[in-house]
Write a protein that binds this ligand. Structure first.
Ligand SMILES: Cc1cc2nc3c(=O)[nH]c(=O)nc-3n(C[C@H](O)[C@H](O)[C@H](O)COP(=O)(O)OP(=O)(O)OC[C@H]3O[C@@H](n4cnc5c(N)ncnc54)[C@H](O)[C@@H]3O)c2cc1C
Length: 414
């Protein structure tokens, strides 16, 4: 094995390249990305929208690619994979690689409604998108955010900080409920309503109106919202087209085993583009978290060159809402019992999702130590009563140190 390609230079792809070198792989590594910018961290994009001059945060410095001996090919879109194991670029050139790691992530979903092509209807996924959103925010509101996911909520918070009038259009009864459960979603909603964000719930967009630029958002229930700018954040679709066209098994993402292998032994995949059964979650799904994508990229890259490792860290996500940081480990399921620590407020709360006497997910604002302790409860499968979790005097760290069940670290396979 002397020649490896990675397609997608972001969280998963860059950490994959680093891991290959760290585990002793000394063949050539080519890292392709269609984005022309030095690979950057995506999470700050939605958190620094009010700072037009803020620089992107590179994942690693430009010179580190040279030091690692990684050939970084930016502005190169991969358009196809061939049966002789070549990567085909949009300029028609192709290169053969012994193994391929696909880390192409996801793209923002678009809304197929009348007027969707009007000017100033934006998405937020890349550095270029963030620049476009920032320049619109500087002109003032009203801003309509379609979709109350965590990126839409972060954007709403930033826009309110700039004094814009903001309305979120959310199809569900509460923003974020599918991701964090009803109780936590209600607290986060309240945080936004307190700051003057209007949230139109159970609402869908019928059309965007305007001549050249968007001027109004018409909702299916007849309401009409004035808009200078619209940002659509209604979820993502996996960039799995290359794998799918190559005949690899996909299901809204590339289906991978616990090591990142696909149905084609040549092609491996990691990060947001993958669908997998994660040891810490109770369903097969995509995980769209920065930290998880980095870990997954690193472990799959090692597995691809024969150093098989499974990524098993409890999935972690954070999100900045105003001056608060929301943090969560694990993923709730609809049948879980939600438990809030007594005294919850929108800007300070700790929540658990429990099933079968065990904590499966923990989330909070203002309780970073307890959220970390909650992660340990998940890892060690500690049996804990609802009352103990509800009690604000419970010392979670102590609870863990007295529990005997061992944890399960990332598994090296021999
Ligand atoms: C605005 C924003 C804020 C976020 N905030 C948070 C946060 O606070 N916390 C958190 O945990 N997560 C956050 N996330 C999610 C996190 O950024 C993702 O989980 C992570 O970026 C996934 O990494 P990835 O490498 O799998 O894919 P991606 O980051 O999606 O990267 C995929 C790369 O592949 C490239 N690519 C795709 N197709 C091709 C092709 N055909 N040819 C060449 N290149 C291609 C793309 O250009 C892209 O650079 C945020 C995401 C966004 C967009």
């Amino acid at each position: 094995l002397t020649n490896v390609a990675i397609v997608g230079a972001s969280a998963a792809g860059v950490s994959g390249a680093i891991a290959l070198r760290r585990c002793g792989f000394d063949g050539s590594i080519t890292l392709y990305d269609e984005d022309p910018t030095l690979p950057y961290e995506r999470p700050p994009l939605s958190k620094s929208l009010s700072e037009p001059s803020r620089e992107l945060k590179p994942i690693i410095a430009a010179e580190v690619y040279d030091e690692l001996g990684v050939e970084l090919r930016l502005g190169c879109r991969v358009v196809g994979l061939t049966s002789d194991r070549s990567v085909v670029l949009s300029d028609g050139s192709s290169t053969r690689h012994d193994r391929l790691l696909l880390t192409t992530g996801v793209s923002a979903r678009t809304l197929a409604v009348s007027g969707a092509g009007l000017d100033h209807i934006l998405h937020l996924r890349s550095a270029a998108d963030a620049r476009a959103v920032t320049s619109r925010l500087m002109l003032g509101g009203p801003l309509v955010v379609v979709g109350g996911g965590s990126i839409g909520l972060e954007l709403a918070a930033v826009a309110r900080g700039l004094g814009l009038s903001v309305t979120i259009v959310e199809v569900a009864p509460l923003p974020l409920a599918h991701a964090v459960g009803h109780d936590v979603a209600a607290l986060i909603s309240a945080l936004h309503v307190d700051r003057g964000v209007r949230i139109a719930t159970n609402a869908t967009v019928a059309s965007f109106r305007g001549t050249k630029e968007v001027e109004e958002v018409a909702l299916a229930d007849g309401r009409v919202l004035p808009a200078r700018t619209v940002v659509v954040g209604v979820g993502v679709t996996a960039n799995d087209g290359l794998a799918r066209d190559h005949g690899v098994d996909c299901a809204d993402g590339v289906i991978v085993d616990q090591f990142g292998g696909t149905s084609d032994p040549w092609l491996w995949a990691a990060g947001d583009v993958t669908v997998r059964r994660h040891r810490r979650l109770r369903r097969t799904c995509r995980i769209e978290h920065w930290d998880t994508a980095q870990r997954h990229g690193a472990t799959v890259a090692r597995s691809m060159v024969g150093d098989a490792v499974e990524e098993t860290a409890v999935p972690y996500v954070w999100s900045d809402q105003y001056e608060h940081t929301f943090q969560a480990f694990g993923r709730p399921e609809p049948h879980d019992r939600p438990i809030l620590r007594a005294g919850a407020e929108p800007d300070r709360f700790l929540a658990f999702h429990v099933d079968g006497g065990r904590v499966h997910a923990v989330a909070g604002i203002g309780y970073p130590r307890d959220v970390r302790a909650g992660k340990a409860l998940i890892e060690r499968a500690v049996n804990v009563s609802d009352d103990t979790l509800r009690d604000p005097d419970t010392d979670l760290k102590r609870l863990i140190s007295t529990a005997s069940t061992p944890g399960c670290a990332e598994q090296a396979v021999t």
